[in-house]
Design a protein around this ligand. Structure first.
Ligand code: ZN
Ligand code: ZN
Length: 290
């Protein structure tokens, strides 16, 4: 995040903060914590909104099968509702996330700059560790959010979308979105990562969360937690909590293979599978909310 903050300071914020002087306000230095906090709030709020709107819109027009909007569980004005929930949550999620960014730019994380410091093999290895470790963290946090004691208060809003569109990717209660992003912020305090690689992966995970909600099933790979697996999660709740891989669901006993009517685009656009999914989903939902 210090790359991003440096660019923002260099090309925009320096001028903004120096103009404070004309108003008789203190011109805050780049390393002033109040300035870092407000700058990072702007960057993370607008950055999250831009990534969300751009990639969700691209995914919606290029990949999302619009016939899914005929599903009996597709809500009237659902896309507007998904966008509203996401945009309402972004400021609170940013507020809760900025303390991690401040710790990071103040040098408390294990991020490093020079690739040669740890070599290329470690750089490649760190990608694998990042994906496996954060997937493990999200698996347990997501599974925990399905516990009856918290589900209705925190995670249920995201499950309003039985047939999600790409705009559902961050349509969460803010605490839910923040809780599920914790592994990304904590991991850099646990193991070293190259700064630029981490930034790229951080953007990649936001795009990945859009892709698993777009209903386009590029792969039937049994290892990858694809949109088909996340579709199963939105339809039947208690399966496929993972983010990138099916590994932790398989080990945790919550794996459910997507059926042929989910994988096959012709079958899944027909009413018969829709009605069957509707019946199964209602039966599953009733067990959650007892
Ligand atoms: Zn989801
Ligand atoms: Zn869930």
């Amino acid at each position: 995040m210090d790359y991003v903050l440096w660019v923002a300071d260099e090309y925009a914020f320096d001028r903004v903060y120096s103009s404070f002087g004309y108003l008789g306000l203190p011109t805050l230095a780049r390393d002033d914590i109040l300035r870092q906090f407000s700058s990072l709030m702007c960057i993370s709020g607008f950055g999250a909104y831009a990534i969300y709107m751009i990639f969700s819109t691209v995914s919606f027009y290029l990949f999302f099968d619009k016939r899914q909007m005929n599903h009996p569980r597709f809500i009237k004005n659902q896309i507007q509702q998904e966008i509203k929930m996401a945009t309402d949550s972004i400021p609170t999620m940013a507020l809760l996330t900025v303390p991690f960014f401040i710790l990071e730019i103040r040098g408390y994380s294990k991020l490093y700059e020079d690739v040669e410091e740890r070599g290329w093999p470690y750089l490649i290895f760190s990608i694998l560790i990042f994906l496996l470790a954060t997937d493990f963290g999200i698996y347990w946090i997501h599974r925990g959010l399905h516990h009856k004691s918290v589900y209705a208060y925190v995670h249920k809003p995201h499950h309003k979308w039985i047939v999600p569109t790409p705009y559902a990717s961050i349509a969460f209660h803010p605490l839910d979105g923040w809780a599920q992003s914790l592994p990304y912020h904590i991991c850099i305090f646990v193991f070293p990562m190259q700064k630029f690689l981490y930034l790229m992966l951080f953007i990649f995970v936001q795009i990945w969360s859009i892709l698993i909600h777009d209903g386009e099933y590029f792969t039937r790979d049994p290892v990858i937690n694809s949109a088909a697996h996340h579709t199963v999660h939105h339809l039947y709740f208690n399966y496929n909590y993972g983010q990138y891989f099916t590994l932790w669901d398989r080990l945790g006993g919550s794996y459910r293979k997507p059926s042929e009517e989910i994988y096959n685009s012709e079958l899944r656009s027909q009413m018969k599978p829709h009605s069957k999914q509707d019946r199964e989903m209602k039966a599953m939902a009733s067990t959650l909310e007892d």
